[in-house]
Design a protein around this ligand. Structure first.
Ligand SMILES: [Zn+2]
Length: 340
């Protein structure tokens, strides 16, 4: 390695991200206003629920501003976006230490929950059933079309700390991507969510004693930001593995038939897929220029029709913010010009 290359390695690290150009459809989620917290910290649904799409940019907006360190904050986010029925995670499996929540004292080892619906096409008797976690869901379909189901259910979603950790991991990935785009240290995004690298690397310690070029590689590998790119990839892959496309099966015998559909509702995975698609689409995360908003976003909400998004040259996250800032600036101009 030439001397100037060595010097460059010490000062700046160039990071190039390449993602297979395949966008993944963001799964729809089960939403309910009847979400509550039981005294032991279990999030439960007991009442009407329905299936809805995740709002555009929820990864930066709703998740970005959510309070994920209190049970009330987690319940509020799930009420506004949808249920997270995913599996509880141990941060140690990702090579991470979690300063916000201690590792799970009680492990919720139930399999990932998927809602199944059984229906007769005659439109008569329709019941809601459950996936492998047999004791945690029961219910009844109360109406709607296959695209807009409504049902009444009792559902144990998961312990709030487990759900919060899954969402903090996804939010750390979002902060990581923003930091990368803005060329600031990515490890900070993990630190603010309470996560730090917890892997011992004895391999690189032994390498440094031998060959000089490897010493540089070892230094680069030991860098905190490098480690957090490893974590970013581990978390990205973990959640994308939970992606389940909706599956429906129809059974017929003679004149009677039965339809079966499975509806997973995994908020953390849905949000991670939004983030994945930001990378696939090569979108730049920008901050709203309304002074009282300043939220990160990629596409302006509420203007373009589906498939017609404008993402370059936009300053405001939605039309209301554009209006608010224009009015603020008009008031300022009026004040400067004075009353007369
Ligand atoms: Zn805004």
């Amino acid at each position: 390695m030439a001397r100037d290359e060595t010097a460059q390695l010490r000062t700046t690290v160039e990071v190039e991200v390449e993602v297979e150009p395949i966008a993944i459809p963001v799964p729809r989620l089960i939403k309910s206003d009847t979400l509550t917290l039981s005294p032991d910290g279990m999030i439960t649904v007991d009442g009407t629920a329905r299936i809805e799409p995740l709002p555009e940019d929820a990864i930066f907006r709703e998740l970005g501003s959510a309070d994920l360190v209190s049970p009330e904050g987690v319940v509020a986010l799930l009420r506004s976006l949808g249920l997270d029925g995913g599996r509880a995670l141990d941060p140690a499996d990702l090579g991470l230490a979690d300063a916000v929540q201690p590792p799970p004292a009680r492990v919720d080892s139930r399999p990932q929950l998927t809602m199944e619906t059984w229906e007769e096409p005659s439109g008569g008797h329709i019941i809601g059933s459950h996936g492998p976690a047999a004791d945690s869901m029961s219910g009844m379909l109360i109406g709607g079309t296959p695209e807009k189901l409504e049902f009444s259910a009792f559902w144990m979603v998961g312990y709030w700390e487990d759900v919060a950790r899954r969402l903090r991991l996804v939010r750390a990935c979002a902060g990581h991507l923003i930091a990368h785009q803005q060329r600031t240290p990515v490890a900070e995004a993990w630190a603010v969510e309470g996560f730090t690298d917890a892997v011992e690397r004895l391999f690189f310690e032994s390498v440094t004693e031998d060959v000089l070029p490897l010493e540089q590689v070892a230094k680069l590998s030991a860098d905190e930001d490098t480690q957090m790119w490893r974590v970013f990839m581990a978390v990205h892959s973990l959640f994308l593995r939970s992606y389940t496309p909706k599956l429906s099966v129809s059974l017929t015998r003679g004149s009677s038939s039965l339809g079966l559909s499975a509806w997973p509702s995994d908020l953390a995975t849905a949000l991670m897929i939004q983030l994945h698609n930001v990378m696939v689409d090569g979108l730049e995360v920008r901050y709203c220029r309304n002074e009282s908003c300043k939220r990160p976003f990629t596409r302006q909400r509420g203007r373009a029709r589906k498939g017609q998004y404008r993402s370059s040259g936009i300053s405001y996250c939605d039309a209301a913010c554009a209006r608010a800032q224009a009015q603020r600036q008009a008031r300022r101009r009026q004040r400067q010009q004075g009353p007369g």
